[in-house]
Design a protein around this ligand. Structure first.
Ligand code: ADP
Length: 399
C-alpha cells in the first residue's frame, strides 16, 4: 500500500509517499509559505531533479490540492490517481492523555484532537487544518493520526508529575507529556536491531538533537522518562529554546524589561538556546563550531552548555533505569556533529564509554561509534519519522 505521510505546520506542509511494502520513498516534498506571499511547492522523486513550482497557496487545502496534482501528474507524477494512495498518515503534535497510540481518524477523534489544541496552540491547529483539508479532497482514503506524545504515555506517574499542587493535574492535566515520540520509538527499536539485541531487555537513552531537542529513557521498549514536558520548551538547551530554567527567571525578566508573560515565553522559545547563548550568532551548530574554531567565545560557550546539559540528562536517565546499555544520537545535530557527540561522551567515562574516534567521524549514517570493548554502546541512528508514521498508518488500516 502507498501511504501519504503529511506533517502540517502553520505555514508549511511536508509530505512523503511511501510504499509500505518495500518501504521506499516514491516521492516527497514540501509546501512553503502557505498563506504568505511567495508560496511554492518543492517536489522530488528519487533519481529525478528537484522541481520547485511557485504557486499561490492561500490555505492548506490548496497546498494539499497541489500535492495531489503533483503526485498524479501524467508526466512527472508517481501514481495514476487517488485510488493508488491507500492511506494518509498525519503527524499530530499533541495527543494529551487521550491518545497512547495512533488512531484511525473520524469525527470523534477530530473532536478529541481539538480538545488537545489548548496544550499545543502553535502546532495542533495546523495539524487539524491539514486533516480537514485531506478529508475534503480525499474523502474515500482512510486517515490515521500519529501523535508525538503517544510513545511517552507509558511514563510512570513519578516521571510525569510536576511538583505542583496535584489539583492542577486533576483539573487541567498539567503534567509532562514529552514529544518527538515517533523518533524516540523508531531510533530505540532500530538500535536494538543494529545491536542484535532483544528490545524487551534493553535500556536505551535516545538523544534526539535537532533544532528542537529531547532525550528519552527507553526501558524494554517503553518510554519511562523524557525531557520535554507540558510543551516542547522544557529539557535540553535547543536551537532557540531555553530548555530547563528556574521559573522565577520569567518573572524576573518580565519585571526588569517591562514585558508581559507571553513576551518572555516568546523570548524563551525563539531567542534563547544556543542562539541566545552565542549572543544571537546562530542556532545552527555548523555556524557555532566555525565560530569556536575562529577563536571566538560565543560558539564555544553555546556548544559547551548544550553538551553539558545532554550529559547531565544521560546521568539522570541512567539513574531512572538503574543502568544503560546503549546511548543513541539522532536528528540533525546528533547525526552530523562528531564534535557534539565527542563532547557529550567525554562526560561518560563512568559508564565505561570508550569512543572510537574514527567511527565517530561518520555523518548521517548508522554506526556504532564506541570500541568493541566499550561497556556501554553509543550509536548514531538517523531518525526516520516518516517511515515510522507510514508503518503505523499501514498497520492500523490493514487491521
Ligand atoms: P528540526 O527537525 O528540529 O528542525 P533537524 O533535526 O533537521 O531539526 O536539525 C537541524 C539542525 O541540525 C541544524 O540547525 C544544525 O544545527 C544541525 N546540523 C545539520 N547538519 C549539521 C552538520 N553537518 N554539523 C553540525 N550540525 C548540523
Amino acid at each position: 500500500m502507498n501511504v501519504l505521510v503529511i506533517n502540517c505546520g502553520s505555514s508549511s506542509l511536508k509530505f512523503q509517499l511511501i510504499d509500505s511494502k518495500s518501504e521506499n520513498v516514491i516521492a516527497k516534498g514540501l509546501c512553503e509559505r502557505i498563506g504568505i506571499e511567495g508560496s511554492q511547492l518543492v517536489y522530488q522523486r528519487p533519481g529525478a531533479e528537484k522541481q520547485t513550482t511557485k504557486s499561490d497557496m492561500p490555505d492548506h487545502k490548496e497546498a494539499i490540492r497541489l500535492v495531489i496534482d503533483a503526485l498524479t501528474a501524467p508526466d512527472t507524477g508517481v501514481v495514476k490517481d487517488l485510488s493508488e494512495i491507500g492511506a494518509v498518515g498525519h503527524r499530530v503534535v499533541h495527543g494529551g492523555e487521550k491518545f497512547a497510540s495512533c488512531v484511525r481518524i473520524d469525527d470523534d477523534v477530530i473532536a478529541a484532537m481539538e480538545e488537545c489544541s489548548d496544550l499545543a496552540p502553535l502546532h495542533n491547529p495546523a495539524n487539524l487544518i491539514g486533516i480537514r483539508a485531506c478529508a475534503e479532497l480525499m474523502p474515500d482514503t482512510p486517515m490515521v493520526g500519529v501523535f508525538d506524545t503517544a510513545f511517552h504515555q507509558t511514563m510512570p506517574e513519578e516521571a510525569y508529575l510536576y511538583g505542583i499542587p496535584y489539583r492542577y493535574y486533576e483539573k487541567y492535566r498539567i503534567r509532562r507529556y514529552g514529544f518527538h515520540g515517533t523518533s524516540h520509538f523508531y531510533v530505540s527499536g532500530r538500535a536494538a536491531e543494529v545491536l542484535g539485541a532483544d528490545i524487551g531487555e534493553l535500556k536505551t537513552i535516545v538523544c534526539h538533537l535537532g533544532n528542537g531537542a529531547s532525550i528519552s529513557a527507553v526501558e524494554n521498549g517503553k518510554s519511562v522518562d523524557t525531557s520535554m514536558g507540558l510543551t516542547p520548551l522544557e529539557g535540553l538547551i535547543m536551537g532557540t529554546r531555553s530548555g530547563d530554567i528556574d521559573p522565577t527567571v520569567i518573572e524576573y525578566i518580565a519585571h526588569k524589561e517591562n514585558k508581559s508573560l507571553e513576551e518572555v515565553i516568546q523570548i524563551l522559545n525563539k531567542e534563547s538556546g544556543v542562539l541566545g547563548l552565542s549572543n544571537g550568532l546562530s542556532s545552527d551548530f555548523r555556524d557555532l563550531e566555525a565560530d569556536w574554531k575562529a577563536g571566538n567565545a560565543g560558539g564555544e560557550r553555546a556548544m559547551k552548555a548544550f553538551a553539558y546539559r545532554v550529559a547531565k540528562y544521560i546521568g539522570a536517565y541512567t539513574a531512572a533505569m538503574n543502568g544503560v546499555d546503549a546511548i543513541c544520537f539522532t536528528a540533525g545535530v546528533g547525526e552530523n556533529s562528531p564534535t557534539i557527540r565527542s563532547m557529550v561522551c567525554e562526560h561518560l567515562g563512568y559508564l565505561g564509554v570508550t569512543l572510537d574516534q574514527e567511527q565517530n567521524q561518520k555523518r548521517g549514517e548508522e554506526a556504532i561509534i564506541t570500541t568493541p570493548d566499550s561497556k556501554t554502546k553509543v550509536l548514531v541512528i538517523p531518525t526516520n519519522e516518516e517511515l515510522a508514521i507510514a508503518r503505523e498508518t499501514c498497520a492500523i488500516v490493514e487491521k
